[in-house]
Design a protein around this ligand. Structure first.
Ligand code: CA
Length: 422
């Protein structure tokens, strides 16, 4: 696969995250303060509601895009996704259908610069489930919490383990995050107390966005699960480590993860990621047959985390890794999620679990980077950190590198505000 050329010049740069090959979907705020579904191309945003209203795209009898969410498109299913992507390719390709490129008036109302345009949550999250499928992360955290001997729980190599999180606090990139309060009890404390989290952290993850659902009582195969996924986002599962350490046994995280989860504004469609498919690593224990993958189900996506304290003039890269490090794919996770007969809904969001590689610079959480606070690190601007301080801005980035082009996810950023005073 090579760069597909567009008449939108900025989409033909080898550096843009949004060439014609990508066409990620989102929701943007129009000049009239409405929220419309859109697609990104180069430096521009294309208003899909305008194109639909004009009759230039007609992939559904019901209007899909004059809405503040992508859910109608997601629920419409793969045939509609494919038809829309094919039509957008025709309209935006160099030498393609000139219904948009040849109509200056339509361009003036349907296209706006991406820079300076406010993005909204791309879809209404039905439910949010977070997994724990990165082996290097699980070993690092397990070693810190339970010792190297018991680092991986006995189920880990058999089950993509996860917990049901909160959809209510999934927010779009750029949303400020208030430091949570919670119950805290240090190892030497006699009694717990209630106060601001002192060990606030990120988790570098990818989110799989479920497009079409499954019925209660009807398990699905890994191949069916893969077909149900509409696309992927960057996901930061903000985590309060001190709250988590006290509350997590035996039912897992609760308030430590419930206060915020950030996602990128762009949902990269699965079709754009096809050239980057790659296999999960070799199995250490043979999986039960229902979890066997029929083909490569992971993606080769370079990931990066930056940290910028308030007042610092630049952000420092604190981690670089790749989505291909995951032990389980999103398709396996979705298959497992439905295996009991649990119904999956259009709009469900599945967090991959923290993505860490084997090397120190590949750790996808501050807990790992500072090894539980024992190894503070210094930013390029001089500040020393173990966990996040008020005013710090954390940004995740993700790019799949093709032959002369990139497929990018934009960014997933959030700045920490002080805790609510008690
Ligand atoms: Ca997580």
């Amino acid at each position: 696969m090579a760069l597909l050329k567009s008449w939108v010049e900025s989409a033909n740069s080898a550096d843009t995250q949004f060439p014609l090959n990508n066409l990620p979907y989102g929701v943007f705020i129009t000049e009239d303060d409405e929220a419309h579904c859109c697609v990104a191309i180069g430096d521009m945003i294309v208003d899909l509601a305008v194109l639909e209203d004009d009759g230039v795209i007609a992939v559904s009898e019901e209007p899909l895009f004059d809405l503040p969410f992508l859910n109608e498109l997601m629920d419409a299913g793969k045939e509609t996704w494919d038809a829309l992507r094919a039509r957008l390719m025709e309209l935006l390709a160099e030498g393609g259908d000139d219904a948009l490129s040849g109509d200056a008036e339509l361009i003036s109302v349907a296209m706006v610069p991406r820079e300076g345009t406010e993005m909204a949550m791309p879809f209404v999250v039905a439910e949010y489930t977070d997994f724990y499928a990165g082996k290097h992360h699980a070993i690092n955290v397990g070693t810190m919490f339970r010792g190297a001997e018991n680092a991986l729980p006995p189920n880990w190599l058999y089950i993509p383990i996860g917990y049901n999180g909160r959809a209510s606090t999934v927010v779009v990139s750029g949303t400020d995050i208030v430091r949570p309060n919670g119950q805290l009890k240090g190892p030497n404390d006699d009694m717990p107390r209630f106060g601001p989290c002192a060990r606030l952290d990120i988790e570098l993850e990818m989110g799989a966005v479920v497009g079409t659902g499954s019925e209660m009582g009807k398990p699905i195969t890994v191949a069916q699960a893969d077909e149900m996924i509409f696309g992927y986002v960057l996901l930061n599962d903000w985590s309060a480590r001190d709250i988590q350490a006290w509350e997590y046994q035996p039912l897992g995280p609760f308030q430590a993860k419930a206060f915020a989860t950030s996602i990128s504004p762009w949902v990269v469609p699965k079709a754009a990621l096809e050239p980057f498919r790659t296999s999960t690593p070799p199995r250490e224990k043979e999986l039960l047959p229902y979890l066997a993958e029929p083909g490569p189900m992971l993606y080769d996506i370079d990931l990066e985390v930056t940290m910028q304290p308030a007042g610092a003039d630049k952000a420092t890269t604190i981690a670089r890794t790749n989505y291909n490090q995951m032990y389980y794919s999103a398709a396996q996770q979705l298959c497992h999620h439905a295996s009991s007969g649990c119904a999956m809904n259009s709009g469900d969001l599945l967090g991959s679990g923290t993505i860490s590689g084997p090397e120190k610079h590949e750790r996808g959480s501050l807990l790992e980077i500072s090894w539980g606070g024992k190894e503070p690190f210094t930013l390029e601007t001089g500040e020393v950190r173990s966990f996040i301080e008020d005013g710090d801005r954390l940004t995740l980035k993700g790019v799949a590198q093709g032959d002369g082009y990139k497929i990018g996810f934009g960014e997933c950023a959030g700045t920490i505000l002080p805790a609510v005073k008690l």
